[in-house]
Every structure is written in C-alpha cells, then in structure tokens.
Design a protein around this ligand. Structure first.
Ligand code: GLY
Length: 411
C-alpha cells in the first residue's frame, strides 16, 4: 500500500506516524514534507502543480492520497485526482470554499439555520465605513479569502475598526483576499475545535480540542497557525455537545447534502462557546494543526481501516483512548512575522514519543530549524494537568537559538 500525504508540517508528520503505527508495511510519500517525514517516508520533489502531483501518483501507483494543507484543496487537487481515477481524502473545490471563501461559508450557514454570530457583507469601503460609524460594540473584521489564517482583525472600539478596515480594503494588507469583507458581531467566550470525518453520509466527530492561536501567553498578540493544543476541551460539556449537534452539526449535514457538497474528508468546526450556547465561527475543510498532533496519539482505532471503510461506503466509528493530551509548539522567535532559520537544534534524539517535526531538516546528522513552527511535543496523561507536565518536561530537552514557546498551554 502506497500513501501520499500533502503538506509539510507537524500535522502531516502526525498523520504519517499514526498510519505507520497501525500498519508497518505501508509506504509513505510526502509532498513537500519536512525533515521528519523524510525519515518515515519519501519526500517527493520538483512537483509544482496539483496536476503534476496527480500524474506522479498515477505513474507510481499511489493507492490513497490524504490532503493535509488547505493550500492544495484551494488548487482543486481533489477534483484533479478524482478525474485521474485516484483515491483522495479531502473535499472537492466547491466544498473547500467553505473554508476558502467566508462569504460563501456564512451564506451557507445562514441558509441552513446553523448558529453563527450575526454578520454583514461588504464589497466596498465606503459602505463598510458608514456601517462601522453606527457600531458601538466590538466587531470581528474578516477578509473574504483566508489570507493564510491572518485575515481576521478584532476591533474593540470604532477607531480600531476604521484602522483595520483601511488596512484591509485600502492598503490591501492581505492582498486580494480583502477586496470583500465580512463584519461579524464579536462574541466573548471560549473557543473549541471539533474536527470530524465526513464520509458523505455522516459527520463523525473526533474528541474535542482546544487550540491556542495567539503568539503570546493569555491569548495576547498576533494570530498564528497554532502555538499548542489540548484534547479534550474542558469547555465542551455534555450540554454544549448536545447544543453543537442540534444547532451546528445536524444542519451542516443537511446543508451539505442539499447543496451537493458531499465529500470524503475532514471537516473542522471552529466554535465559540458563550455561557450557555455554542456558535460556529468558521469551517475548515481539513484537520487542524496542531490539533492533529494532539488527537492522533489518542486514537485507538486503526486510521487506515477507517479510511478504507469510508471508501467502501461502510459505516464507521472511531474509538479513543480515555486519556488527555497536550501539545506544545516550539517556534523560531519572531514567528508569525520575521524570524531566522538555520539554527542547530539539540535534544531531538532524546525525545520520547509522541513528538513531531514541523519545520526542521537534517543536515549532516544535525537537526536545523527551517520554518516558523519547528517542533511539536506532546504529553499524554490521565488529566490535562498530567499531560501538560509531561509535555513541558520534554520541552526542556530541546535547545536552539531564538527558541520560543508559550508556557501556558493547558493551564
Ligand atoms: N490550528 C488551527 C488550524 O489548523 O487552522
């Protein structure tokens, strides 16, 4: 069995390690991969377009491709692979717009009665400015395109809102993705990530997760891809799960079927839990990073069996270990803005599993940083507190120049 995984971060390393743990005899390919994935499989090079990758897969008889990163989804990789008769896990281009196009996504939520914060859509700066003049509450200003996860600005007063609007729509800080915007009511609460597998008929949620998105402790500073995560999310109580299923998951399933947006792949619900209700902030049409690194070590079921059963249209259920996990992301200081790479990392060889390489490569037997997020270290325990202690114990083993990590993951 040959499997190709698309992406080059800790998430893709985690998917690969889980598959190998369940089936030693599979052969893994990654594109573009990283220093960690090159140890457990082969990183393929010199392929630039989704079509190139499809032709590579055809020529090399790849059995299944799993899409990690949204970049490939928004290039229509699933449609291209399926047209070539290849099996691929991920949404086709239209369904990937649920992540890639906020206006499409909010309109879908509105049409199917999926609970989401109130919003307005603007195509022109003047109308948006006039609207903001009448607003006294905090708002979230969001670019229509996802802008590498950075196109969301929270504004807590009219001046900040106007500044944000100017940056997005006039100065084009996020490029073309800010030509249209969504202005959303700001909700105070606790965030949760629910990642699920969608097999075209059912949405099967994983354990709940909590992602730590900001660079600074206590959720201060800029948005990042994610500086850590815990599983399960303590705010997803039984009553919130019931509320989520009734007001978000079930109407989402109905909408996907009605709009012919069904696919086999991951669906990620980005949630905000207020004191007694849960709201959907956004969909992602892939598994989260670092949520994947936090979830897979707790998955008891054989992941490849789950994928194969889904391709055969069999119903699936997923078993989980009754444990908690905590993932700490080690990054290059300066990320998510400017940072230096090429620093020698020490201590990787003394790490205990689970850990994942996110942005590092091996050069003459030495590990070297190669990206903003460098390493993901995971602790597993009976409680979040125990998992957190184990993760941070391991973090102490790692050193490199300009190492930065948040110290409050799981607190
Ligand atoms: N951790 C958030 C994301 O993957 O988008």
């Amino acid at each position: 069995m040959k499997i190709l995984i698309l992406g080059g971060g800790g998430r893709e390393h985690a998917i690969g390690k889980k598959l190998l743990e369940d089936y030693h005899s599979i052969y893994l390919y990654f594109y573009p991969g990283n220093g960690g994935t090159s140890i457990i499989g082969k990183n393929i090079e010199n392929y630039h377009t989704a079509l190139d990758l499809g032709l590579f897969s055809k020529k090399n008889s790849i059995d299944i491709t799993i899409v990690g990163s949204e970049i490939f989804l928004l290039e229509g990789v699933v449609d291209i692979f399926q047209n070539l008769g290849l099996k691929i896990v991920g949404p086709h281009y239209l369904a990937a717009k649920l992540e890639g196009n906020r206006i499409f996504s909010k309109t879908f939520m509105n049409k199917y009665g999926i609970r989401t914060p109130k919003y307005d859509i603007f195509y022109c700066y003047e109308k948006a400015i006039n609207f903001l003049k009448k607003k006294t509450n905090s708002v979230a200003i969001k670019t229509n395109g996802i802008a590498s996860g950075k196109g969301v600005i929270l504004a807590h007063n009219p001046n900040d809102a106007k500044k944000a609007l100017k940056n997005i729509m006039i100065k084009k800080k996020f490029g073309e993705s800010g030509n249209q915007i969504v202005i959303e009511e700001f909700l105070q609460g606790k965030e949760a990530s629910i990642i699920a597998l969608f097999n075209g008929k059912d949405i099967i949620p994983f354990l709940s997760a909590k992602d730590y998105k900001k660079i600074g402790e206590n959720e201060k500073g800029m948005n990042t891809g994610g500086m850590g995560a815990i599983v399960p999310n303590p705010h997803m109580t039984n009553s919130i799960w019931i509320d989520f299923k009734k007001n978000i998951l079930e109407p989402t399933l109905e909408g996907l079927i009605m709009e012919k947006l069904t696919f086999f792949g991951f669906l990620y619900f980005g949630l905000m839990i207020t004191y007694n209700k849960v709201y959907l902030l956004e969909y992602n049409t892939r598994i989260g990073d670092p949520e994947a690194q936090t979830l897979f070590p707790l998955m008891k079921s054989n992941f490849l069996n789950i994928i194969q059963s889904s391709f055969q249209h069999k119903s699936i259920s997923i078993d989980w270990k009754k444990l908690c996990s905590c993932c700490v992301v080690l990054s290059s200081r300066g990320y998510p803005e400017k940072y230096e790479s090429g620093k020698i990392i020490t201590g990787v060889n003394s790490l205990k599993e689970p850990f994942y390489i996110a942005g590092a490569k091996k050069k003459q037997e030495k590990w070297i940083t190669s990206s903003g997020r460098v390493l993901n270290i995971v602790g597993i325990g009976k409680t979040i507190q125990e998992a957190r202690i184990k993760a941070y114990d391991q973090v102490q083993k790692i050193q490199f120049d300009n190492l930065y990590f948040r110290k409050d993951i799981g607190l």
